[in-house]
Ligand binder design. Structure first.
Ligand code: SF4
Ligand code: SF4
Length: 166
């Protein structure tokens, strides 16, 4: 596993972003044959190549959505009520979802890129970047959002395109 080369990621993204988005738009409607079997295989390859601790860009530039269960679990960790926790750290977005007030995430340790609440982190963080969770057609739009920030998502889409001649 190699450290994420962020400069290279940005360079490749600027070269290929339009083509990757076209592929995602197309396959969201008409998925390549066998893609739902291919994605878990590609996801495993990606995780052998990408070291998230050398990146943490999702924690620096994006925010998780906090569910009521997250709120309960994380506030308990800090001996707070869910309401106290919410007022201290969270705000509502335009969809009424609870998200972080600030970025980078207040729980990211910037010295080592580790999550300081890893054991109780939001479910959204635990599942991120959702490379092969469900059917491709249900998740292509997530990749479309994440590809600008997440080198693992970029690599996943790159591999899928290569394997499906997309
Ligand atoms: S809670 Fe932890 S994993 Fe989630 S964004 Fe914050 S630092 Fe990252
Ligand atoms: S999930 Fe993506 S953005 Fe987050 S640390 Fe890993 S490679 Fe970086």
């Amino acid at each position: 596993m190699l450290p994420v080369n962020f400069r290279l990621f940005k360079k490749k993204l600027s070269e290929n972003r339009s083509a990757f988005r076209r592929f995602l738009n197309k396959t969201e409607k008409v998925p390549p044959r066998g893609i739902d079997n291919l994605t878990p295989v590609m996801a495993r390859e990606v995780w052998q190549e990408v070291d998230c601790l050398s990146c943490a860009n999702c924690c620096k530039k994006m925010t998780p959505t906090f569910t009521p269960a997250d709120l309960k679990r994380i506030s308990r960790h800090f001996n707070q009520t869910p309401d106290e926790f919410r007022k201290q750290w969270l705000r509502k977005d335009r969809n009424n979802d609870l998200i972080n007030k600030t970025e980078p995430c207040q729980f990211l340790n910037l010295q080592n890129n580790k999550c300081s609440i890893y054991e109780v982190r939001p479910a959204d963080c635990a599942g991120f970047p959702h490379l092969s969770k469900r059917k491709w057609t249900d998740y292509a739009y997530i990749h479309k959002q994440n590809i600008d920030y997440c080198p693992a998502t970029y690599k996943m889409v790159e591999k899928i395109i290569a394997r499906t001649n997309g």
